[in-house]
Design a protein around this ligand. Structure first.
Ligand SMILES: N[C@@H](CCC(=O)N[C@@H](CS)C(=O)NCC(=O)O)C(=O)O
Length: 214
């Protein structure tokens, strides 16, 4: 199994697929393609028909888009989704909501693990999206989180979906309160998050268009 990803500092979609693969216990070769430099588009297209990362290659089968990759991995590693039908439905709902929404947060608080942009990026729309994320975290932890520190107890695709948000909150100094804050701390202490963060900090490529606030 191979996973094609972009820069660990910047590529939030790559992090979702990568951490789901780690959480599923898969052994995979990681192919990191630094984005937006000469040749990167051709390199990505040689693996990924969409021309985007992440893309998973399993026995010659390409699976692109982080949502599809997560579902594919969960078919092989069912522990990536809650066993209970209701919990599984809500895990998929919040994963889909993250996948298709939060455009203001995405554009004004891009993932940039190396930076400290405390206080930057806030608008009423961004703050409303942050409030919605905190509400999701509290709701999932309150209803489904008894079995462990993550949204549905043990680490699931829903946590993979929100992993980049946790790095964004760290970079922009957003501090969720109550049980959402406890979840945020658990995510930042997670060993796979630590592994990704250390690799991001060691990267040297910069994408100036993504360094929004200097
Ligand atoms: N919805 C896709 C988004 C993928 C995406 O936009 N990836 C970005 C990097 S985070 C990319 O490949 N950009 C390179 C390009 O557009 O040339 C997913 O979930 O995988």
């Amino acid at each position: 199994m191979k996973l094609i990803i972009g820069n660990k500092n910047y590529s939030s979609w790559s992090l979702r697929a990568w951490i789901a693969a780690r959480a599923g216990g898969f052994t995979f070769e990681e192919i990191r393609i630094p984005l937006f430099i000469p040749g990167s588009r051709e390199r990505i297209l040689s693996h990924s028909p969409s021309g985007k990362v992440p893309c998973l290659i399993d026995h010659g089968l390409a699976v692109w888009d982080s949502l599809a990759i997560g579902e594919y991995l969960a078919e092989r590693a069912p522990q990536l989704l809650p066993r209970d039908v209701a919990a599984r439905a809500v895990a998929r709902a919040v994963t889909a909501e993250m996948h298709s929404g939060f455009q203001n947060l995405r554009s004004r608080m891009t993932m940039n693990i190396r930076k400290d942009y405390t206080g930057h990026g806030h608008t009423p729309e961004v703050d409303a999206e942050i409030a919605r994320i905190v509400a999701i975290w509290k709701d999932c932890r309150g209803r489904f989180g008894a079995g462990g520190p993550y949204l549905f107890g043990s680490f699931s695709l829903a946590d993979a979906a929100f992993a980049p948000v946790c790095f964004r909150f760290k970079t922009y100094g957003v501090k969720p309160d109550g049980v959402a804050g406890e979840y945020f701390a658990a995510m930042l202490a997670n060993p796979w998050m630590k592994e990704w963060e250390a690799a991001a900090l060691a990267e040297t490529e910069a994408i100036p268009a993504e360094d929004l606030y200097g």
